[in-house]
Design a protein around this ligand. Structure first.
Ligand code: COA
Length: 161
């Protein structure tokens, strides 16, 4: 059976922590779709189109990785597109509390034979979040090594650095 996995998030913007999970997951599954969530209630720095474009640029070297977007319930998207696996990254115990709740709720909503699989985040990125990257960069701090070069270029344009 061919495995089709989904890795979701806001990716506003994608960080090296996300990229580490994407790279490792792409080796585990036949196809990996990066599903960018369209969440009108979460104010984002980058538009959906910009986030998708940035992710396509960063993952261009990974042939089995695709970029898509969805809105509404994650489980509805998973069931409609017939994913077998939902990949989540765990940065530490604080992520675990929220993730286990989400995985258990989703398990009730997924069709048969869909599993949530957790990968441990690269320890170098365990403290990284998109919000922290945006805050540090907007205040002139260095985010070198924490986001891919392509993303840094987009951020510099946004913040007119
Ligand atoms: N490295 C670095 N940062 C990471 C990371 C990693 N490996 N994994 C997560 N993060 C960061 C993200 O950048 C994000 O930062 P931010 O809050 O500053 O933007 C933060 O950790 C939280 O990430 P995540 O939990 O993936 O949140 P999200 O907003 O990016 O995505 C969804 C959340 C889309 C997975 C979730 O809201 C969802 O499924 N929504 C659909 C609605 C639904 O079905 N609800 C019912 C669920 S049971």
């Amino acid at each position: 059976m061919k495995t089709k996995a989904l890795y979701t998030g806001s990716f506003d913007p994608l960080t090296n922590g996300h990229l580490d999970i994407i790279t490792r997951a792409s080796k585990l599954y036949d196809r990996l779709v990066i599903g960018v969530i369209v969440n009108p209630s979460k104010k984002s720095l980058f538009s959906l189109e910009e986030r998708e474009e940035m992710i396509r640029g960063v993952t261009a070297g990974l042939p089995n990785v695709e970029v898509d977007h969805f809105s509404g319930l994650l489980a509805d998207y998973v069931n409609a597109k017939e994913f077998n696996v939902v990949v989540r990254g765990l940065r530490g115990t604080s992520d675990f509390e929220y993730e286990i709740q989400m995985a258990q709720m989703n398990a009730r909503l997924f069709r048969e034979n869909v599993e949530t699989v957790f990968l441990m985040t690269d320890p170098d990125c365990s403290f990284v979040s998109s919000s922290m990257i945006k805050e540090v960069h907007s205040l002139g701090g260095s985010v070198d090594g924490l986001i891919p070069e392509i993303i840094l270029e987009y951020m510099n344009k946004k913040n007119k650095v």
